[in-house]
Design a protein around this ligand. Structure first.
Ligand code: HAM
Length: 431
């Protein structure tokens, strides 16, 4: 026997049941995003490696351990995108949007790639829906609140309700710098006893230690008394406005002092939406503010004083599918009609009826295996057909079909010429 192939490690086939839910959610999400004023953008699956190194941080796990680089002979290294924010900012800069729009509200849906050790909810190819608001008028804390509400509503659209929203603030760039200094000071006496990796993180990016999985490190970090002492008056006032806006919109949240996020670009607000039923990989979405990234990636507007403000989030679609599975029953896929023929002699007529129904907006299918009545009926049940149209000798001779309502079991004889009209009416009533 020839060797068979399996899906590559860390990737996943999305079978039709999950796909149906995914597509339906995507459609509803697009409507919601457009209500909030977001427009879609599509960027390539790979970018220059340097883009990710400069934006996410050399010491971030994503760059350090997970970047999937392409083996090309080009001078510039290329890497599959591990996330969507840096590519979007690259495109924002490249197309000079800072000069044409005071605020660009953009969203993207697509695959991302991280060379992680695969486990439940952690894939090497996964999909994100992300939204970003970037522009010179993008500094308003209400925009942070809007982002959080948008993310929460998109999660709810998936049918997930038992999630937790954690928020925190890193403060201004200066506050963040001071916070790093404070952390180093607090940890300096204990760092010698921690692992080499923790010591490296202490030197390169001390925030990494706050979400370290290392046991000894956790003990030291958990003993810290972090309560926003790094926030300046401006930083605190900014965060207060975000929190108040969330409260005014009845959004439940928890302030988590240790939430700093693993990517370097964040300032001010950071947030994470988690679902506890997922085990270790429980974040279904996350985001925050990243003022200064536009300039860091070579953009901005030299004619205008001031930094470009930016805030956004990304939701992990596979993780939401896992959460939806725990949180609710998947809706069943249904089909309006299924046409059954009792003898191969009527197959062509069944085929014709199927086509006519489809052309008139009624979903329809039939069995292509030229099988008997029973297996055809089984197939109709499997597809959750609402109506089964039966074509036997009697029906055929009378130029009719027997239309069976699968929910009630009622059956009636209907002339071919009347089938579309009758079914359109019936299906309209149930939609
Ligand atoms: P992130 O936290 O790295 O943030 O990823 C966002 C979400 O993507 C996670 O909460 C998770 O649901 C999903 N995700 C991440 N890695 C994996 C994986 N290996 N397998 C499955 N799902 C995964 C970002 O990517 C930022 N760009 C978010 C952002 C946008 N910040 C501002 N704007």
């Amino acid at each position: 026997m020839n060797k068979s192939f399996s899906v590559p490690r860390g990737t996943k086939d999305i079978l039709s049941n999950e796909c149906g839910i995914w597509v339906e959610w995507e459609q509803k999400s697009r409507n919601l995003l457009s209500q909030y004023g977001y427009r879609e953008i599509r960027t390539p699956m790979y970018e220059e490696t340097g883009l990710f190194k400069r934006s996410l941080g050399q010491s971030s796990e994503v760059v350090n351990k997970q970047l999937l680089e392409l083996n090309t002979n080009k001078e510039e290294g290329l890497a599959l995108r591990p996330e969507g924010t840096a590519p979007l900012v690259r495109a924002y800069n490249e197309h000079g949007l800072v000069r044409t729009e005071s605020l660009s509200k953009l969203f993207y849906i697509g695959p991302m790639f991280r060379g992680e050790r695969p486990q439940k909810g952690r894939l090497r190819q996964f999909h994100q829906l992300g939204a970003e608001a970037i522009g010179l008028s993008g500094h308003n804390p209400l925009l942070d609140a809007e982002m959080i509400v948008l993310a929460v509503n998109l999660v709810k659209l998936f049918g997930i309700n038992n999630f937790k929203l954690k928020i925190n603030s890193l403060g201004t760039a200066e506050d963040k710098h001071n916070f790093a200094g404070w952390l180093r000071e607090q940890l300096k006496d204990n760092i010698g006893g921690l692992s080499e990796e923790c010591q490296q993180q202490y030197e390169q990016n001390v925030f990494r230690l706050l979400d370290s999985k290392d046991k000894a490190c956790r003990t030291v970090v958990d003993a810290l008394n972090i309560d926003g002492q790094h926030l300046s008056e401006n930083g605190r006032a900014y965060f207060d406005t975000v929190k108040q806006a969330l409260t005014d919109m009845n959004i439940e949240y928890e302030v988590s002092a240790q939430l700093v996020r693993g990517l370097d670009y964040y300032t001010h607000t950071v947030f994470e939406i988690s679902f506890s039923g997922l085990g270790a990989q429980d974040a279904i979405g996350a985001g925050g503010r990243y003022n200064g990234l536009v300039e860091q990636l070579g953009g901005g507007d030299k004619r205008v004083d001031g930094e470009v403000g930016a805030v956004g989030f990304a939701l992990g679609i596979e993780r939401m599918l896992l959460a939806a599975e725990v949180d609710k029953n998947y809706p069943e896929h249904t089909i309006d009609t299924f046409v059954i023929f009792q003898d191969v002699a009527y197959e062509r007529k069944a085929f014709e009826i199927c086509q006519t129904l489809r052309h008139n907006g009624i979903s329809s299918d039939m069995d292509f295996g030229q099988r008997g009545f029973k297996p055809q009926m089984k197939q109709a049940n499997k597809l959750n057909a609402q109506y089964v149209l039966i074509l036997g000798e009697n029906e055929f001779n009378q130029q009719s079909v027997a239309v069976k309502n699968m929910a009630t079991g009622d059956q009636e004889l209907v002339q071919w010429k009347n089938v579309v009209e009758l079914l359109s009416q019936k299906i309209q009533e149930t939609r």
